[in-house]
Ligand binder design. Structure first.
Ligand code: UT7
Length: 344
């Protein structure tokens, strides 16, 4: 994929005078931790290979009784508590691993967390799902359709990766994250200052989950051309980040924290080098969660904030790349908030 291809297919929004502001952050992880050592017995791999090639030490696996909607409801409730609000005007749910193709999960999440009859729908943009949903929710707010919106991302990849495929079974984990967005002035910390969203459907074959027709012919599991995605992800996130930096009026030198999709520590290291950022200004928090697809950015935000790496006032860019192919980035000044986290 060429640089010009990425540029040509991208839509941007620098933000009208009223902004959408991140006001609360919540997460939920399954309590069951699967260490590399326990995969070594099942696959032709080693703890050393997984650590050095991915940075992952363990990942979470949801109990069979826990659904992706259970994880989403926990994270959403935590985000509401973090924001100190009881109700929202809308809910958007990003997932690659829905409970079923129909109906969408969002209305059920809204009902279960006591939000009544608000508009609620799912977004399908794989690892870019959280940022696509964030931009959509932000647009509902800046268009005056909603005053506050919950954006929830949850995944149960442990149910769709082939347990015998060593290139994917070691990478992915289950988890959920959510934010509350509300209307506010653009100069308020937490205001989304710029977005960059794009896609390239010619890469649709690179990350796939079989549909009903393929399943009928025996194809069952998630599949990824890891190496190709690896190389495109570095390029795609670097270019998308640069576009958001430009729209925010920032430079890489003045950026405090880059929060990339948590797919592979080596991708994040290469991204840091490409953008000339020192490692301490790129959040890498996947060691104990693995790649949680759409949920990875809110989970990383909560971990980085808890560790004191991400602090109020930090110039922050969120960036992601994944199936579709899709990519997305957003820029904001990190607000003063306390993430609420739980395990299930
Ligand atoms: O979330 C959506 C976006 N996803 C991503 O961004 C993920 C992108 N891809 C990756 O993270 C990496 O490509 C992988 C972790 C999937 C693979 O790492 P890699 O350094 O790109 O390895 P590779 O695919 O080039 O494979 C190198 C070797 C191969 O063996 P041969 O052909 O050289 O003999 C693989 O079969 O490593 C082998 N290999 C493994 N060996 C031990 C692949 N997986 C494993 C494993 N343990 N788990």
């Amino acid at each position: 994929m060429s640089a010009s291809g990425l540029d040509k297919n991208t839509r941007r929004n620098s933000g009208p005078p009223t902004s959408a502001v991140i006001a609360g952050l919540g997460t939920c992880l399954p309590s069951k931790e699967i260490h590399n050592a326990s995969l070594v017995g099942e696959l032709d791999t080693s703890d050393e290979w997984i650590r050095t090639r991915t940075g992952i030490e363990s990942r979470r696996r949801a109990d069979p009784a826990v659904s992706v909607i259970d994880l989403a409801c926990e994270a959403a409730g935590n985000a509401l508590r973090s924001a100190g609000v009881a109700t929202v005007d809308g809910l958007i749910f990003a997932t690659t691993t829905p409970e079923r193709p129909c109906p969408a999960g969002a209305p059920e999440i809204a009902a279960r967390i006591g939000q009544g009859n608000i508009p609620a729908f799912d977004v399908s943009a794989v690892c870019s799902g959280f940022l696509y949903a964030l931009a959509t929710a932000g647009s509902l707010i800046t268009a005056g359709i909603a005053d506050n919106v919950l954006v929830v991302a949850a995944e149960t990849y442990s149910r769709i990766v082939d347990p015998a495929d060593r290139s994917t079974a070691i990478l992915f984990g289950d988890g959920a994250g959510a934010v509350v967005l509300r209307s506010g002035p653009p100069d308020e910390p937490g205001a989304l200052l710029a977005y960059d969203l794009g896609s390239d459907g010619t890469g649709a074959h690179l990350i796939r989950i079989p549909g009903a027709r393929e399943q009928a012919t025996g194809e069952r599991w998630f599949a990824m051309s890891g190496r190709k995605v690896y190389l495109q992800a570095i390029d795609g996130m670097a270019q998308s980040t640069l576009r958001v930096l430009k729209d925010c009026g920032w430079s890489a030198e003045t950026l405090d924290q880059l929060v990339p999709h948590q797919a592979n520590a080596r991708i994040m290291e290469a991204l840091a080098k490409r953008l000339d950022l020192p490692p301490e200004r790129v959040v890498c928090e996947l060691a104990r969660t693995g790649n949680t697809a759409a949920a990875s950015i809110p989970l990383a935000l909560a971990d980085a904030a808890a560790a004191g790496r991400l602090r109020p006032g930090h110039r922050t860019v969120l960036t992601t790349f994944g199936g579709g192919i899709t990519w997305a980035s957003a820029g904001l000044i990190w607000p003063k908030l306390t993430a609420v986290t739980s395990e299930i």
